[in-house]
Design a protein. Structure first.
Length: 103
């Protein structure tokens, strides 16, 4: 499983997402790859949905399809309301679904 964290430095929420991913990395046997998005042009070219974006095997498990593209902080819906990162539990569910072998 390939897990990539896309972010831009000025958004503080990527650190929370990274901490959650690092906690899950050993348990689910993956390495978090980091990619800094440095410009609005790069964000547009990558269809970057905001910081932080987590890609699992190239797919965004949290994409709803209506997120704005660009260099901005991203908002996630959690059980506690809106947040700047998925919760540890949300990430665990998304990554566990991806790490299961296909039937």
């Amino acid at each position: 499983m390939r897990v990539e964290l896309l972010y831009f430095e000025d958004c503080p929420n990527w650190r929370t997402a990274n901490n959650h991913l690092q906690r899950l990395a050993t348990k689910l046997d993956f390495v978090v790859q980091h990619r800094v998005i440095a410009s609005a042009d790069e964000a547009d070219a990558l269809e970057f949905r905001g910081s932080p974006t987590i890609l699992v095997d190239g797919r965004d498990p949290f994409a709803m399809g209506n997120e704005p593209i660009g260099l901005s902080c991203r908002i996630y819906q959690t059980d506690d309301g809106t947040a700047g990162s998925p919760t540890l539990a949300q990430l665990g569910v998304a990554l566990s679904r991806t790490s299961r072998p296909a039937n």
